[in-house]
Design a protein around this ligand. Structure first.
Ligand SMILES: *Cc1c(COP(=O)(O)O)cnc(C)c1O
Length: 401
C-alpha cells in the first residue's frame, strides 16, 4: 500500500529531544529566541512569535487586531474547515469569498465582492503552497482600510513579486504541524511588521508555561503511526479505515485524537526550537527537490486529472500534490485502494467553508471540494513507487466513471 502521506523519520529528531529535555530554562528561552529571529529573517519581517499551533496564531492575531463580535471577516471558501469555529467563537462573522478552482485560491475580484459596511478584515490562504494574488488583494484592502491576514500554513518559502509570502498583510500565520514543511510536532509562528501588534501579542503569550514533554510525546506517537503505515498489515487496515462505511467516522476520530494530543496552549519548547532551526536551514534544498517532483507528477498526470495552476503570482512552495479529477472521486478512491494506492478526497484535502457557513453561491469551492484528490507525493517516496502511482492513475482514469 502506498500511503497518501508520510512524515520523515529522522534520528536527529530524537537527539534534539534528548538534549532539549535536559536544557536549563534560560538556555531554552535563548534557543526559542534564535528560532524566532531566523524565522523573521526568512520572511523578511521584524517580528516572528512562536505559538502553540497555526490555529493558536490565528486566534492571537484576531484578538490582537481587536476584532469584536459582529465584525465581518472575508475568508476563503475553500480551506481548512477547522478555522471556521475558531473565527465564529469570537462572534466574528465569516463571509466566504469563492475560489478559482484552477488555482484553488481566492481572487481579488471575489474578495472585493464580499466587502460590506461591517467588514473589518480579509483572511487569505496561499493554498497548497501556491501564492494567491496577494498584491492585488492588499490593494483592495488598502482602499477599504481593512487588515489582511495571510494563512501561510502551506506556503513557507513561497514568494510573490520576489518577496516571501507572510510579509504582505498586517500579520501572517504559519503551522509547524507534523505534515507541514518545517515540522516541529505541533507549534506555529505568527509574523508581523507591526511593532504595536507584536508587543500586544507578546504580552499575551509571555506567561505561558514551557513544557518540553508534550511535543516529544507527539513525536513518539507520530513515529509509532509511521511504523504502522510501513508495516504489511497497513494494506488491510487502510482498506477498512477508508472504506465508504468507515471513512467519515475514522477521519473525525483521528482529528479528535489529534486535538487531544495538542492540549492546552503552552510555550514553544527548546526541542521544537532546535528542530525548527535545523529544518529551516534545509528548507530551500527540500523545496527545490520536491518542487521538481511536483513538476514531474504534473507533467505525467493522465487525462481527466487537472493539475493546480500555480505559477501565476510568484514562486510556489511544495506542500503536497492535489489535482482535480473529472469523475466520481469516491469510486476513484475505492478503486485506488484495491490497487494499493491511498488517495485523499473530500475533507481529507480541504473543506468547502462556504457550504459549512450555509452559503450556496461559491461554485468554485463546491467544485474543488467535489473534485480534489490528494495524490501520494512526499519526501522519501521512491522513484519506483512514484512510477507506480502514475501508472495506477492512468489505469484508474480509464476504469472509473
Ligand atoms: C495546517 C493548517 C493550518 C494551521 O494548522 P495547525 O494544525 O493549527 O497548526 C491553518 N490553515 C491551513 C490551511 C492549514 O492547512
Amino acid at each position: 500500500m502506498i500511503p497518501r502521506r508520510r512524515i520523515a523519520f529522522e534520528w536527529a529528531d530524537l537527539g534534539d529531544a534528548l538534549r532539549a529535555l535536559a536544557v536549563s530554562p534560560a538556555l531554552a528561552a535563548e534557543q526559542v529566541g534564535a528560532f524566532e529571529r531566523a524565522f523573521a529573517a526568512a520572511i523578511g519581517v521584524p517580528h516572528a512569535i512562536v505559538t502553540a499551533s497555526g490555529r493558536d496564531a490565528l486566534g492571537l492575531i484576531l484578538d490582537g487586531l481587536g476584532f469584536a463580535p459582529g465584525d465581518e471577516l472575508v475568508i476563503p471558501a475553500y480551506t481548512l474547515g477547522e478555522l471556521v469555529p475558531l473565527i465564529r467563537a469570537r462572534g466574528i462573522v465569516a463571509v466566504p469569498a469563492d475560489i478559482d478552482p484552477a488555482t484553488f485560491n481566492v481572487t481579488a475580484d471575489r474578495v472585493a465582492a464580499r466587502i460590506g459596511p461591517r467588514t473589518r478584515g480579509i483572511f487569505v490562504v496561499h493554498l497548497l503552497g501556491a501564492p494567491c494574488d496577494i498584491g492585488a488583494i492588499c490593494a483592495v484592502a488598502d482602499a477599504h482600510r481593512l487588515a489582511v491576514i495571510e494563512d501561510c500554513a502551506h506556503a513557507l518559502g513561497a514568494q510573490c513579486e520576489g518577496r516571501p509570502v507572510g510579509s504582505f498583510g498586517r500579520a501572517a500565520l504559519f503551522s509547524l504541524e507534523a505534515t507541514k514543511a518545517v515540522a516541529t510536532f505541533g507549534g506555529g509562528v505568527l509574523t508581523t511588521a507591526d511593532d504595536e501588534l507584536a508587543a500586544r501579542i507578546r504580552a499575551r503569550v509571555a506567561d505561558r508555561p514551557r513544557r518540553e514533554w508534550p511535543p516529544v510525546r507527539k513525536m513518539l506517537l507520530k513515529f509509532a503511526e509511521e511504523a504502522v503505515i510501513r508495516s504489511p498489515a497497513y494494506a488491510l487496515l487502510a482498506r477498512w479505515m477508508f472504506s465508504d462505511r468507515v471513512a467519515g467516522g475514522f477521519e473525525k476520530f483521528y482529528r479528535r485524537a489529534h486535538d487531544r494530543v495538542r492540549g492546552n496552549p503552552a510555550a514553544f519548547s527548546a526541542f521544537q526550537a532546535r528542530l525548527g532551526l535545523r529544518k529551516l536551514a534545509r528548507l530551500a534544498v527540500r523545496q527545490q527537490t520536491l518542487n521538481a517532483r511536483w513538476e514531474a507528477m504534473a507533467a505525467q498526470l493522465p487525462a481527466r486529472f487537472e493539475r493546480q495552476q500555480r505559477g501565476d503570482h510568484g514562486k510556489a512552495a511544495f506542500y503536497n500534490f492535489v489535482a482535480r479529477f473529472d469523475g466520481d472521486i469516491g469510486a476513484l478512491r475505492q478503486a485506488a485502494l484495491r490497487d494499493g494506492l491511498d488517495l485523499g478526497v473530500g475533507s481529507e484535502v480541504m473543506d468547502d467553508t462556504a457550504a459549512m457557513l450555509g452559503f450556496d453561491d461559491c461554485p468554485g469551492a463546491a467544485r474543488a471540494f467535489r473534485q480534489a484528490v490528494l495524490l501520494p507525493l512526499y519526501p522519501g517516496l521512491s522513484e519506483r513507487r512514484f512510477r507506480r502511482v502514475v501508472a495506477t492513475l492512468g489505469r484508474l482514469a480509464q476504469e472509473v466513471k
